[in-house]
Design a protein. Structure first.
Length: 155
């Protein structure tokens, strides 16, 4: 287990990796960072809402990140970022609620509410955490413009 509520399979599973035959198993030093992020971000969220919280993406090796078109410097490749999606489990929690909980109560490096829906909720939440480094507490909103993902500071 990566943490009490995250199995190894959840931490580095990827249908894209399976489809392309990519080994997405993290090395020990990255697994360590994943465990820290899980304890500092995911588990406090899970404990607060006391319900299962879905993981859309956690670790991505460089090859997988390239195949999916991830950012060149994605913290997913270092085990320092996780994408959380409350919609994976229909249990009454929203991505907006998770975003606000993290924003107002936890230390984080970057928190991004990705693509706002018509109902005010978001498609998913990206959050990163760096251990032993000053986290930036950078909060952004991700949105699509002319077919490209753009970001603006959260107001």
């Amino acid at each position: 287990m990566i943490s009490e509520h995250i199995s190894y399979a959840e931490g580095f599973k990827s249908q894209t990796a399976i489809r392309y035959g990519i080994d997405n198993t993290p090395p020990p030093e990255i697994l360590e960072k994943m465990m820290v992020l899980a304890s500092m971000i995911f588990e406090p969220v899970r404990d607060h809402f006391n319900k299962p919280i879905g993981i859309a993406s956690f670790y991505r090796c460089q090859k997988l990140n390239t195949v999916i078109g991830g950012a060149e410097n994605s913290q997913h490749m270092t085990g320092e970022a996780i994408d959380i999606d409350a919609d994976i489990f229909s249990n009454g929690i929203t991505n907006l609620q998770i975003f606000e909980f993290i924003r107002t109560r936890l230390d984080f490096d970057q928190l991004i509410a990705e693509i706002q829906k018509d109902d005010g909720n978001f498609e998913w939440i990206h959050v990163s955490y760096r251990d032993k480094i000053n986290n930036r507490n950078n909060t952004l909103i991700g949105y699509m413009e002319n077919g490209k993902m753009k970001y603006k500071k959260y107001a």
